[in-house]
Design a protein around this ligand. Structure first.
Ligand code: FNR
Length: 390
């Protein structure tokens, strides 16, 4: 039995990833902002939802497939945009995109990925989605959107919750840098992670390739870091959705919605879908978990747009709970990252297999044959009461 075969849960993959990935990059994924209260709540709040067991139902010919923006997906899961994925494993975004393609689900490439839009297009055949951070350098953003269009990206995921970076203590303490600085501490660290180090030596993809070489001010590492640090656009607002949508010409998914009023505004601004998300607890610490606010957002705009959610999904059961509370589909960030760190492309495939198997078994034990039938009737009603808003 291989190490991956012995991993039966996403947490098992996380423990293997911890042994294989240098500490500063493992910590980068396994962290939230400030006290990490929201990061923890994302996972913990799923435990308050109780599933309804039904028996004596014909369980033959079960179906996990559904659609997202009209695209058929093999299960209601997509890969979330995760920055620096190529630091968890060499060429990490290509590996994750290939695993997603094999699993029949969408892969979303982050603006702050290590592999570029073109790298993914050259190394996969299924259309992928591209996540956009709006920077102050608008000509660069226009070129970036054009590159996503040229690569035939099927949707643009516009992230609205990162005009300013949430403070993540582990990254500050670890002195996180991409690519890493070769300090004595880091050299000691990679001496204990030889497979990671050899893989990194064997690839040319070690910096933010969506930016590097595409911005005249960011020619070397120091200027690239400085450019990135100063570029997130503090003036980003709902009016920007219009020109971004026009320029891209395809569906735009707005990510980072955690409030019913913002959900209304996002749909008014032209969102084709929204992702209920608190950025995996990495931005506003103290905000509610995504699963807790999902029902009120569904109540507000569920009849006007497709609603996806992310945050805290570590199992197929979590996916089912999100669907029961009204999400059409879900995104996974860390579950993918841990699989990747544990075993590259095979590790991501393992993570997706774990989630799929658990979803299928859970659905069957709930007496459902079709994932599209999961709804409010599938759970007990008062497990996760909504917080009262002001
Ligand atoms: C993220 N996320 C993120 N989102 C985004 O829009 N662009 C990005 O570049 C990143 N980068 C990023 C890095 C890391 C290490 C993590 C963990 C997350 C947020 C991501 O898309 C998603 O919202 C969360 O990961 C969902 O929560 P879970 O599944 O990680 O609990």
């Amino acid at each position: 039995m291989s190490v991956l075969d012995r991993c039966l849960t996403i947490d098992d993959l996380k423990q293997v990833a911890k042994r294989r990935v240098p500490k500063q990059f493992f910590d980068y994924a396994d962290s939230g902002a400030w006290t990490e209260q929201t990061y923890r709540a994302n996972e913990e709040d799923f435990r308050h939802i109780t599933l309804r067991q039904r028996v004596a139902v014909n369980l033959e010919n079960r179906n996990l497939s559904t659609t997202m923006l009209g695209q058929t997906v093999a299960m209601p899961v997509a890969i979330a945009p995760v920055g620096s994925t190529g630091m968890q494993s060499p060429d990490g975004e290509i590996k994750a995109a290939r695993a997603a393609e094999k699993a029949g689900i969408p892969f979303t490439l982050s603006t702050m990925a290590i592999c570029s839009i073109e790298d993914i297009a050259e190394n996969t055949s299924a259309p992928f989605w591209f996540q956009l951070y709006v920077m102050r350098d608008r000509p660069y953003i226009e070129r970036l959107i054009d590159r996503a269009k040229a690569a035939r990206c099927g949707a643009l995921v516009l992230t609205m919750d990162l005009q300013i970076l949430g403070q993540r203590h582990k990254d500050i303490r670890n002195g996180l840098l991409v690519p890493p600085k070769f300090t004595a501490k880091f050299l000691y660290e990679i001496a204990r992670k030889p497979a990671w180090a050899m893989g990194m030596l064997g690839t040319k993809r070690r910096t933010f390739r969506n930016v590097h070489g595409h911005v005249s001010e960011a020619t070397n590492l120091a200027s690239l870091t400085e450019w990135t640090r100063t570029q997130f656009d503090l003036t980003l607002n709902w009016k920007d959705v219009g020109w971004i949508k026009d320029r891209f010409g395809g569906p735009v998914i707005i990510k980072g919605i955690l409030d019913a009023e913002d959900a209304q505004l996002a749909v008014d601004a032209g969102a084709d879908a929204i992702i209920v998300s608190n950025h995996g607890g990495r931005q506003l610490d103290g905000a509610p978990s995504s699963i807790r606010v999902l029902p009120e957002i569904v109540a507000a705009v569920g009849n006007r747009t497709e609603i996806f959610m992310d945050g805290g999904i570590r199992s197929g059961q979590d996916v089912i709970k999100a669907l029961a509370l009204g999400a059409r589909s879900t995104f996974i960030g860390r579950a993918m990252n841990y699989g990747l760190g544990a075993g590259g492309e095979a590790g991501v495939t393992r993570a997706l297999d774990i989630i799929r198997t658990e979803m299928d078994t859970t659905m069957a034990l709930m007496g459902e044959r079709d994932i599209r039938n999961i709804g409010r009737h599938s759970i007990y009603s008062n497990d996760l009461p909504p917080r009262r808003r002001p």
